[in-house]
Structure formats: structure tokens, C-alpha cells
Design a protein around this ligand. Structure first.
Ligand code: CO
Length: 142
């Protein structure tokens, strides 16, 4: 599901990190495809991210993240995945809904809150019986 707002700097860094993990590099065309936007918009944002020290542009190899960009990308992906796992525990299974909701809320979580949510998600993973008691209440069964 496509959001109504334009992708933020964080979305770019997350997408670049995902691509780098998967392919070893990120190209403008790959980023445009991942974020459903034009290559011109990507190029514009790339210039800004480069100026701010998040990435390097290598002439033949595409983009690579600086160590600051690398650390940030890792954090952004972890945040996205924690929220996905949380929605999964709430029995929200439609991938389009999960994607839409996570993309919508992820930017608004502070590191502190996310750490606590991450703790909860891990606790749920470790205590499935306890969580089932909650999830099996009729109000939450779809
Ligand atoms: Co995301």
C-alpha cells in the first residue's frame, strides 16, 4: 500500500540499508523502485543525504553508506522489524495492512519507547502461553 506522503529521509536510509544488505550496493533505480517514486526525486534526496554525511556516491558501484549511515540504517530496519513483529503478535496478518501501519507509525517512535516495545515483543516470544490468554479473548479474534 502506498502512503500519501512522500518518503522521508529515514525511509531512504532504511531502503538503502536493505538494498545494501541484499545486493551489496544500492542504485538510484533500485531505490526508486523500492519507494515507488521517480528516479529524479531519488537523485535529489541522494544529494542531500551525501551532503549530510550519510552516504557516499561511488562512480561505478552506486551508493554506499558511511559508518554513520550504516549504523542508522541498521537501527531503522530493526525498528521496522520490531513493529512488524508487534503487529504480528496482535494477529494482524494482512501484509498490506502491516506495511501501511508500520510505515505510518515507525518514524514517531523514540529510541526509548522502541526499546521497551522491543522488550515486550521478546517477552511475548518467550512466553507464548501467557500471550495466548490475551489474544484468545473473543474481542481480538478476527
Ligand atoms: Co520502514
Amino acid at each position: 500500500m502506498k502512503g500519501v506522503s512522500t518518503p522521508s529521509q529515514e525511509d531512504y536510509l532504511e531502503a538503502i540499508w536493505r538494498l545494501t544488505q541484499k545486493k551489496g550496493y544500492a542504485r538510484v533505480s533500485d531505490i526508486a523502485e523500492a519507494l515507488h517514486i521517480s528516479q529524479a526525486s531519488v537523485s535529489k534526496m541522494i544529494r542531500k543525504l551525501k551532503e549530510e554525511g550519510w552516504l557516499e556516491v561511488e562512480r561505478y558501484r552506486g551508493l554506499s553508506l558511511t559508518s554513520k549511515g550504516h549504523a542508522k540504517g541498521q537501527l531503522l530496519l530493526a525498528r521496522h522489524q520490531t513493529l512488524e513483529r508487534f503487529l504480528g503478535h496482535l494477529a494482524i496478518t494482512d501484509p498490506a495492512v502491516v506495511h501501511h501501519d508500520v510505515e505510518g507509525i515507525e518514524h514517531h517512535f523514540s529510541t526509548e519507547t522502541l526499546k521497551k516495545l522491543s522488550d515486550l515483543v521478546t517477552f511475548i516470544d518467550q512466553n507464548p502461553e501467557w500471550w495466548k490468554k490475551f489474544i484468545n479473548r473473543s474481542s481480538l479474534i478476527p
